[in-house]
Design a protein around this ligand. Structure first.
Ligand SMILES: [Zn+2]
Length: 191
C-alpha cells in the first residue's frame, strides 16, 4: 500500500494547511522509506506467500520499522526533525501522519507486524490481512486516493475563492494527486 498512504496525506493536507503536502506525503510513507535500507542490508525481509511476490501477496518482516515501538520512535523522530522548520503544531501532525502509516498497514498486512522491535518476547504479530482479498484492499486504496483528491480540491478551492485568485494551480495539484495515486496503485497491482 503506497497510494492509500498518499491519499490519506492529501486528506490531512485539506485540513492542515501549514504543513507542506510533500512533507505529509513523505511522512505517510516514512516507515517504508526507513524500511528500504534495512531491506537492502537484509535486516528486514519480504517473504512471498504461495510462491509469488505481487500485490499484497507477501509477509513483510519489517520487525524494526513496523513494530509498534519502532513506529513510535520513527514517527517521533520525524516530528522532531520537522519542528524547527514548521513549528510545533505541524510537527505533531507530521508525526501523526507517520503513525497513520502503521494504522493503515495494520488493516492490509497479514499478521506480520510485531509489538516490540525484532519481535522480542515473541508477542503476537499483528495484521488484519485485507491483502488476502486484493480487490477489497485495492478498493480501499482507491477510495483513499479519490477522497484525498476531493478533500484537497475542496480546501484549495476555498482558499482560492477567499483570496480571489485563479484556480489553475489548485486544479493542477488536485489532478496530480489523483493521477499519481491511481498510477502508483496500478503499478502496485501489476507488480
Ligand atoms: Zn509499511
Amino acid at each position: 500500500m503506497i497510494a492509500g498512504h498518499f491519499g490519506f496525506a492529501a486528506m490531512v493536507k485539506a485540513r492542515e494547511r501549514s504543513a507542506p503536502l510533500w512533507m505529509l506525503m513523505l511522512a505517510s510513507v516514512w516507515l517504508d522509506i526507513v524500511f528500504v535500507p534495512l531491506f537492502v542490508a537484509g535486516i528486514e525481509t519480504i517473504q512471498p506467500v504461495q510462491g509469488r511476490l505481487g500485490y499484497g501477496s507477501s509477509l513483510i518482516h519489517a520487525d524494526y520499522t513496523h513494530s509498534i515501538i519502532g513506529m513510535l520512535v520513527l514517527s517521533a523522530a520525524l516530528g522532531a526533525i520537522a519542528w524547527p522548520k514548521w513549528g510545533r503544531r505541524s510537527a505533531i501532525v507530521i508525526g501523526l501522519v507517520a503513525v497513520s502509516h502503521w494504522a493503515l498497514d495494520l488493516i492490509v498486512h497479514r499478521p506480520d507486524m510485531p509489538i516490540l522491535p525484532a519481535n522480542a518476547l515473541q508477542l503476537p504479530l499483528l495484521g488484519f490481512g485485507l491483502w488476502q482479498m486484493p480487490t477489497a484492499s485495492a478498493a480501499l486504496e482507491l477510495t483513499l486516493v479519490l477522497a484525498g483528491a476531493w478533500l484537497y480540491w475542496r480546501a484549495a478551492r476555498a482558499v482560492c475563492l477567499k483570496a480571489q485568485r485563479g484556480m489553475r494551480l489548485a486544479v493542477i495539484a488536485t489532478l496530480l494527486i489523483a493521477a499519481s495515486g491511481i498510477l502508483i496503485l496500478c503499478l502496485d497491482l501489476t507488480s
